[in-house]
Design a protein around this ligand. Structure first.
Ligand code: PAN
Ligand code: ZN
Length: 187
């Protein structure tokens, strides 16, 4: 049986990207994103050359259960693999559940894919992004500082990473001379 949650206020430390009181802390290194970058040779070279930290997720102590509303801060480091920007793995929710993101620091955005259509929502400057049910979502650091955002989602959402590995996100986000661009990928 799960322990009943009690009301609490949380501090979001924007300088460190940590939520307090703290729940699970996840670290994703580049090797955790195998199969997601277009340039596999550049990917393996970067993994061999130190396997850099790509993102961390600092979650509040809220269980992933129906009725609960977990929240977390994700920090994506600046960087790229042969021009393709550092990003989260991305997932579909296994249940028909949406999510809300709010940009907190740095520059970045949300790449969304419903299996046919791709959308981009900029989360820089504190923007809020709404992820409807049925849309895969991935975030990307488009700047040169850590990009941080708050995520709030239903506890019964569930996370399907396999489908993103198999089908992609419909586009890749790539560095250009004056910023970044979305490059469409046939799915
Ligand atoms: C977010 C993500 C978080 C990390 O909390 O889980 O940003 O991204 P990946 O889960 O794709 O590695 C969320 O969307 N939760 O549902
Ligand atoms: Zn999600």
């Amino acid at each position: 049986m799960s322990i009943p949650t009690t009301p609490f206020g949380a501090a979001l430390d924007i300088a460190s990207g940590l939520v307090s009181p703290e729940g699970p802390l996840q670290e994703r290194r580049l090797s955790d994103l195998r199969g997601l970058y277009a340039d596999e040779a550049a990917f393996e070279a970067a993994v061999a050359d130190g396997d850099p930290l790509v993102y961390t997720v600092s979650a509040a102590p809220v269980p992933e259960e129906a009725g609960e509303v977990p929240f977390s801060i994700t920090t994506i480091e600046p960087g790229d693999v042969a021009g393709e920007l550092f990003m989260t793995k991305g997932h579909w929710h296994t249940a028909h559940e949406g999510e809300i993101y709010e940009g907190k620091a740095g520059r970045g955005g949300l790449l969304l894919f419903d299996g046919a259509r791709t959308r981009w929502i900029d989360l820089s400057d504190g923007a809020v992004g709404y992820i409807p049910p049925g849309w895969a979502h991935r975030t990307v650091n488009t700047g040169d500082q850590p990009f941080r955002f708050l995520a709030v989602y239903p506890g019964a959402a569930g996370h399907d990473y396999e489908r993103v590995l198999e089908r992609g996100m419909g586009a890749r986000v790539v560095r250009t001379q004056d910023g970044f661009e979305l490059q469409e990928v046939a799915s």
